[in-house]
Design a protein around this ligand. Structure first.
Ligand SMILES: Nc1ncnc2c1ncn2[C@@H]1O[C@H](COP(=O)(O)OP(=O)(O)O)[C@@H](O)[C@H]1O
Ligand SMILES: [Mg+2]
Length: 253
């Protein structure tokens, strides 16, 4: 029998008053896989992902982790199941350095109950080294770091606590081309370590470059999911704009 997906969201609903932000959406993700989630503004991508991260619990439907049905009512539940989320704004404390950000709210303390700065710096170096060997100036305030380095800190914070599932909502939206490339490298690295990643992005080029499969949402619904290798950019655009699967799209030329 085939292995159960790492994550499966089945027939998920979320509404805000009269707005059906997410309607009967089914999506899955396997270990070591990147699934790109695309669609116009307001399609429901962030709301769906917030259902998984616990930021906005779902109204209906089911979530399975490795085949086991679970309830995600808040970010703590999600974290407990190895789900971490990186939002566009990264939510870093700019005045603190990378180790302090990494351990914010989960600090290492000595036997005396004081902060164990050495241990936290050592651990931070280990995890950041793994993500980006050239990132060595980790003791300065993260506000002074480049966008790519800040992403590395946010990702390090997410994966350090054994995340198996990473949600990245528009990770490159605020970055320049060079920094976006670095985030792409980080994504490939995490994938090679068996982490499953939902990559929400408006940048189709990035999504085609990094995703194994692409899921398209429109008006709160799921248009469909296709292997990236079986999809052209034109067909993906057809799914986004027309809400039609490639085989339903009118043939041009
Ligand atoms: N907290 C909220 N309260 C009310 N409506 C919301 C909220 N979050 C999102 N929406 C609405 O839900 C729909 C989907 O939004 P969103 O998930 O942010 O889309 P996307 O991420 O694809 O751009 C939109 O119509 C949006 O206005
Ligand atoms: Mg969004």
């Amino acid at each position: 029998m085939a292995e159960a997906p790492l994550v499966e969201m089945r027939h998920v609903y979320k509404r805000f008053g009269g707005v059906h932000a997410v309607e009967d959406v089914t999506i899955d993700l396997f270990a070591g896989e990147v699934v790109g989630l695309v669609g116009h503004n307001g399609a429901g991508k962030s709301t769906l992902m917030k259902g998984l991260s616990g930021a906005l619990p779902i109204d209906g439907g089911e979530i399975f982790i490795r085949g086991e049905r679970i309830d995600i009512r808040n970010p703590r539940d999600a974290r407990h199941h190895g789900i971490e989320t990186i939002y566009q704004n990264l939510a870093l404390a700019d005045n603190l350095d990378a180790p302090a950000n990494l351990f914010l709210g989960r600090e290492i303390v000595t036997a005396m109950g004081t902060l164990d700065d050495d241990a936290m710096e050592h651990e931070a170096r280990k995890v950041l080294q793994r993500l980006n060997p050239s990132f060595t100036n980790i003791k300065q305030p993260t506000g002074n770091l480049s966008g790519g380095q800040r992403q590395a800190v946010a990702i390090a914070r997410a994966i350090h606590f054994n995340a198996r599932i990473l949600v990245m909502d528009e990770p490159t939206a605020a970055l320049g081309p060079q920094e976006s490339e670095m985030v792409g490298e980080l994504i490939k690295q995490l994938k090679s370590e068996g982490i499953g990643i939902f990559l929400v992005s408006h940048d189709l080029h990035d999504v085609f470059d990094l995703s194994d499969r692409i899921s398209v949402m429109k008006n709160g619904g799921m248009v469909g999911t296709r292997a990236t290798a079986d999809l052209t950019q034109e067909q993906a655009l057809g799914m986004i704009i027309l809400g039609k699967l490639p085989e339903e799209q009118p043939a041009f030329q």
